[in-house]
Design a protein around this ligand. Structure first.
Ligand SMILES: [Cu+2]
Length: 119
C-alpha cells in the first residue's frame, strides 16, 4: 500500500510542475517542523490540530495495533487519500497546501476521528 501511495505521488509529480499542487500531498519523510499526531489507545491523541498552509502533519502509531489515516472526499478534501496501515512506530506524513478543514478517520476503526485545520 505504501508503494502504491508513493507511485501515485511520483505520477502526480511527473505530470509536470505546471499542474497546481493538490490540497493534500503525501510526503515520504517527516520534514523538520512538522506537527505531530500520535496514535495511541485507539485514538488520535491530538484529534484536532491547526497548521499554516504549506505545513506538514506527521502521524505516528505508538501501539502494536495497526492504524492508518484516511481522508475521504467531502468538506475541504477533494480527493481520497488512504494512508498505509502503520505498525508500531511507523509514520505517515501529509503536506497541506490549501486552507480548509480536513477530516479523517482510521479505515478499520472509523470511530477514530481527527481533523486538520489549515489556516
Ligand atoms: Cu485504527
Amino acid at each position: 500500500m505504501r508503494v502504491l501511495v508513493f507511485a501515485a505521488v511520483l505520477a502526480a509529480l511527473s505530470a509536470g510542475a505546471a499542474v497546481a499542487a493538490g490540497s493534500l500531498e503525501v510526503v515520504p519523510e517527516a520534514p523538520v517542523g512538522t506537527t505531530e499526531v500520535k496514535i495511541a489507545k485507539m485514538k488520535f491523541a491530538t484529534p484536532e490540530v491547526r497548521i499554516k498552509t504549506g505545513s506538514t502533519v506527521t502521524w505516528t502509531n505508538t501501539e502494536a495495533l495497526p492504524h492508518n489515516v484516511h481522508f475521504k472526499p467531502g468538506g475541504s478534501v477533494d480527493k481520497e487519500v488512504e494512508g498505509p496501515m502503520l505498525r508500531a512506530n511507523q509514520t505517515f506524513s501529509v503536506q497541506f497546501n490549501t486552507p480548509g478543514t480536513y477530516d479523517y478517520i482510521c479505515t478499520p476503526h472509523p470511530f477514530m476521528k481527527g481533523k486538520v485545520v489549515v489556516e
